[in-house]
Design a protein around this ligand. Sequence first.
Ligand SMILES: [Zn+2]
Length: 119
Amino acid sequence: MGPTKAIVKGHALYEAVGGKLIRDGFTSQREIEDYVNHHYLVLPVVDNAGRPWLLDGKLIYCLRGVQYETVDDRRVHLARCPDCGGMGIRSDEFTVESDCIRCTACGHEFDARLEMMET
Ligand SMILES: [Zn+2]
């Protein structure tokens, strides 16, 4: 089992699946992130502007810094856009040979293998 996927609503943290309250009464986003970092929790991935990634209307979580999953534990092949931090989707329907990733937010295309080598 990975960390518990959580969502933020107002000043409270809830479990993303089932909606159970984890903790209420936070006063800032920083406080929420601090709490998440010290517990076995993970928050949805957001881009540089703070907008959450959505795939088919579902929030995306990043586990162990590398593995992306939807809220219902489906592993997805995504990559973070180096420009805007938006969600990059593999365009493998057309280009099976390459590992081309296209950002859904700004349209930037990049190679996922390159990004992995740089980090
Ligand atoms: Zn982008």
